[in-house]
Design a protein around this ligand. Structure first.
Ligand SMILES: [Zn+2]
Length: 95
Protein backbone atom coordinates (compact mmCIF):
# COMPACT_ATOMS: atom_id res chain seq x y z
CA UNK A 1 0.00 0.00 0.00
CA UNK A 2 1.98 2.99 -1.24
CA UNK A 3 -0.62 5.45 0.05
CA UNK A 4 -0.82 4.07 3.55
CA UNK A 5 -0.26 6.76 6.12
CA UNK A 6 3.17 6.62 7.61
CA UNK A 7 3.27 5.54 11.21
CA UNK A 8 4.00 8.50 13.39
CA UNK A 9 7.47 7.96 14.61
CA UNK A 10 9.06 10.27 17.06
CA UNK A 11 12.36 8.65 17.86
CA UNK A 12 13.43 11.59 20.03
CA UNK A 13 10.61 10.67 22.41
CA UNK A 14 11.52 7.01 22.63
CA UNK A 15 12.53 6.05 26.15
CA UNK A 16 12.46 9.54 27.53
CA UNK A 17 15.50 10.56 29.51
CA UNK A 18 13.42 10.89 32.63
CA UNK A 19 12.36 7.25 32.54
CA UNK A 20 15.73 5.75 31.76
CA UNK A 21 17.34 7.82 34.48
CA UNK A 22 14.72 6.71 36.96
CA UNK A 23 15.27 3.09 36.03
CA UNK A 24 19.00 3.36 36.59
CA UNK A 25 18.45 4.91 40.01
CA UNK A 26 16.04 2.16 41.01
CA UNK A 27 18.36 -0.62 39.84
CA UNK A 28 21.19 0.98 41.74
CA UNK A 29 19.06 0.98 44.86
CA UNK A 30 18.11 -2.68 44.55
CA UNK A 31 21.77 -3.60 44.25
CA UNK A 32 22.85 -1.47 47.17
CA UNK A 33 24.30 -3.06 50.28
CA UNK A 34 21.87 -1.20 52.52
CA UNK A 35 18.90 -2.68 50.70
CA UNK A 36 20.32 -6.21 50.53
CA UNK A 37 21.02 -6.16 54.25
CA UNK A 38 17.60 -4.82 55.16
CA UNK A 39 15.94 -7.22 52.77
CA UNK A 40 17.81 -10.18 54.28
CA UNK A 41 16.87 -9.16 57.81
CA UNK A 42 13.27 -8.60 56.84
CA UNK A 43 12.76 -11.90 55.10
CA UNK A 44 14.27 -13.72 58.09
CA UNK A 45 11.79 -11.98 60.36
CA UNK A 46 8.85 -12.40 57.99
CA UNK A 47 9.57 -15.45 55.84
CA UNK A 48 6.02 -15.98 54.59
CA UNK A 49 4.11 -14.35 51.77
CA UNK A 50 1.58 -11.88 53.16
CA UNK A 51 -0.95 -12.89 50.51
CA UNK A 52 -0.91 -16.68 50.50
CA UNK A 53 1.37 -17.65 53.43
CA UNK A 54 3.63 -19.46 51.00
CA UNK A 55 7.39 -19.23 51.16
CA UNK A 56 8.27 -15.59 50.61
CA UNK A 57 10.90 -14.79 48.04
CA UNK A 58 10.43 -11.10 47.42
CA UNK A 59 10.57 -8.19 49.83
CA UNK A 60 8.11 -5.79 48.34
CA UNK A 61 7.53 -2.12 49.02
CA UNK A 62 3.92 -1.74 50.14
CA UNK A 63 3.93 1.75 48.72
CA UNK A 64 6.22 1.47 45.74
CA UNK A 65 9.24 3.72 45.49
CA UNK A 66 7.83 4.98 42.23
CA UNK A 67 4.77 6.21 44.15
CA UNK A 68 6.91 7.98 46.70
CA UNK A 69 7.17 5.13 49.21
CA UNK A 70 10.04 4.95 51.67
CA UNK A 71 12.83 2.76 50.33
CA UNK A 72 14.32 1.61 53.59
CA UNK A 73 11.39 1.92 55.96
CA UNK A 74 10.70 -1.41 57.63
CA UNK A 75 7.02 -0.45 57.89
CA UNK A 76 6.80 -0.05 54.14
CA UNK A 77 7.97 -3.60 53.47
CA UNK A 78 6.16 -6.88 53.08
CA UNK A 79 7.22 -10.35 52.10
CA UNK A 80 5.67 -11.91 49.04
CA UNK A 81 6.17 -14.98 46.91
CA UNK A 82 6.96 -14.48 43.25
CA UNK A 83 3.45 -15.32 42.15
CA UNK A 84 1.69 -12.81 44.41
CA UNK A 85 4.34 -10.20 43.73
CA UNK A 86 3.83 -10.56 40.00
CA UNK A 87 0.11 -10.11 40.47
CA UNK A 88 0.69 -6.95 42.51
CA UNK A 89 3.21 -5.57 40.04
CA UNK A 90 0.80 -6.27 37.22
CA UNK A 91 -1.92 -4.33 38.99
CA UNK A 92 0.41 -1.42 39.69
CA UNK A 93 1.39 -1.25 36.05
CA UNK A 94 -2.24 -0.55 35.18
CA UNK A 95 -2.74 2.21 37.73
ZN1 LIG B 1 2.02 -15.57 47.74
Amino acid sequence: MPNAPKPKRRPWLQGSQHNSKERVVRNKFYHSTRWRKLRGMFIKEYPLCVECNGIGKVVDHIKSIKMGGEELDWDNLQTMCHRCHNIKSGKEAHL
